[in-house]
Design a protein around this ligand. Structure first.
Ligand code: ADE
Length: 225
């Protein structure tokens, strides 16, 4: 998979992709992530990429020319399956969306800022708009990091144990069961006996019951009938 991210703050994204699973996925060439500084695509001598809204009011709007130039230069090199814009009014990102997007080959993520981007970009260049939650971030970079992380861990070969992505919370419309490690007893707080029993079937049943109970209590909204 190839992910091209267009941003005015590429530095905000270098660290999130430089650790742990996403870092290893890049080292193994299972994903290539490219950060593009939007300011490199403006002809303005002050590298300006925003301007006042025609409607007036507070807040600057990201201009169409540099964004179009950047997207077009990428599209000249290869076809893209999706050109994504991160925005609080986009479609809500969730695990099914991550699953299907993880099958794509090439995607662009455009990170928004200020009051938004010139609507003509959304109409003519963007193929998908994604929100990561019902709150407003200062910019799209953190959303791009969240989306990238969720996709990369699903790519075949990225997680050492292939089943572990499938047993994540949400993959079967259930949240994950609780997990424990040593010591068995910490100040009288015990690990559930069943987990020490060595009985695989009992343990699986316990995990499933725990998942179901937790989902009912914590996330009744995601549970399947
Ligand atoms: N940009 C600002 N807020 C956002 C959100 N909630 N999701 C995606 N992009 C955003």
């Amino acid at each position: 998979m190839r992910i091209d991210i267009i941003t005015i703050f590429p530095e905000m994204l270098t660290e999130p992709f430089n650790h742990s699973i996403v870092k290893r996925a890049q080292e193994k060439k299972l994903v290539n992530i490219y950060l593009h500084q939007l300011r490199d695509f403006t002809t303005d001598k002050h590298k300006k990429v925003d301007d006042y809204a025609f409607s007036g009011g507070a807040g600057m709007v990201m201009m169409i020319e540099p964004i179009a130039a950047c997207i077009e230069s990428l599209k000249k090199e290869r076809d893209y399956d999706e050109i994504i814009y991160t925005s609080p009014d986009g479609e809500m990102f969730d695990q099914p969306m991550a699953n299907s997007m993880s099958l794509l080959k090439n995607i662009i993520i455009l990170c928004g800022h200020y009051k938004g981007i010139d609507e003509r970009i959304r109409e003519h260049f963007i193929t998908k708009e994604i929100s990561i939650g019902n709150y407003v971030l200062s910019g799209g970079e953190l959303a791009a990091a969240v989306i990238t992380d969720a996709l990369v861990r699903l790519l075949p070969g990225v997680l050492g144990n292939e089943v572990s992505a499938l047993s994540d919370s949400f993959q079967n419309n259930l949240v994950a069961p609780p997990v424990y490690t040593r010591p068995r007893n910490f100040r009288g707080m015990q690990v559930p006996e069943v987990l020490l029993s060595g009985n695989e079937q009992l343990i699986e049943e316990w995990k499933h019951d725990q998942s179901l109970e937790r989902t009912k209590v914590r996330r009744p909204d995601i549970i399947k009938e």
